[in-house]
Design a protein around this ligand. Structure first.
Ligand SMILES: [Zn+2]
Ligand SMILES: [Zn+2]
Ligand SMILES: [Zn+2]
Ligand SMILES: [Zn+2]
Ligand SMILES: [Zn+2]
Ligand SMILES: [Zn+2]
Length: 195
């Protein structure tokens, strides 16, 4: 699966000393850009032990997203105002983030890659799931309340936290776990758990 002939290198504007190499490792890392955990595929500088998510290494300064169609989202360093969490995964923002200033809407670069529809996903194969903002209800994976964005099947009334797509439950403090992993699996960037 890892073919050295196809090694991709990037120049990364926050680590200009050396180019970063695309590598796949099973180990976890902390992304130097968004400061969240990742696992699997990454851009890395071995000399400096510097890792970033594939998405964070290549994300543009501004994007438009179906999750916030009214405005363009701008990439910014951590907003050092108050406590902010990503609107999609509901985890704390510690580093670089996409923001709509007018609406105070925040989303991690990796979470901005989440697809609007997931079809044939292991967690609910019969129907496609749609990522949407809804009123509070219970997550069908972890049984905890799901207040904002979730993947939803309207036929079965199934609600799943973004962070629960890997089948593991999320808690407020489990950031050591798979953040970045689930997102990249969902987005088809990393390899899935199933095989
Ligand atoms: Zn990152
Ligand atoms: Zn370096
Ligand atoms: Zn997020
Ligand atoms: Zn906005
Ligand atoms: Zn859940
Ligand atoms: Zn269904």
């Amino acid at each position: 699966m890892y073919d050295p002939e196809q090694t991709k290198w990037i120049q990364y504007n926050k680590h200009t000393k050396h180019p970063l190499k695309e590598v796949y490792k099973h180990s976890k890392f902390e992304c130097k850009s968004c400061k969240s955990k990742g696992q699997g595929m990454r851009f890395r500088c071995d000399q400096c032990n510097f890792d970033v998510h594939p998405t964070c290494g290549t994300c543009p300064d501004s994007i438009s997203s179906f999750t916030h169609p009214q405005h363009v989202l701008q990439l910014m360093e951590r907003p050092n105002l108050h406590f902010h969490e990503c609107h999609l995964c509901q985890k704390l923002i510690k580093g670089v983030v996409y923001r709509c200033k007018a609406c105070n809407f925040f989303v991690h670069p990796v979470c901005s890659q989440l697809p609007e529809y997931l079809s044939n996903h292991a967690i609910h194969p019969p129907h496609s799931l749609k990522l949407q903002l809804m009123a509070s209800s219970k997550c069908d994976v972890c049984d905890k309340s799901c207040k904002h964005w979730r993947y939803f099947c309207g036929i079965c009334d199934v609600h799943i936290h973004v962070g629960c797509l890997s089948g593991k439950s999320t808690s407020d403090n489990d950031d050591e776990g798979g953040f970045g992993v689930f997102v990249e699996i969902v987005a088809g960037i990393a390899e899935g758990f199933s095989g």
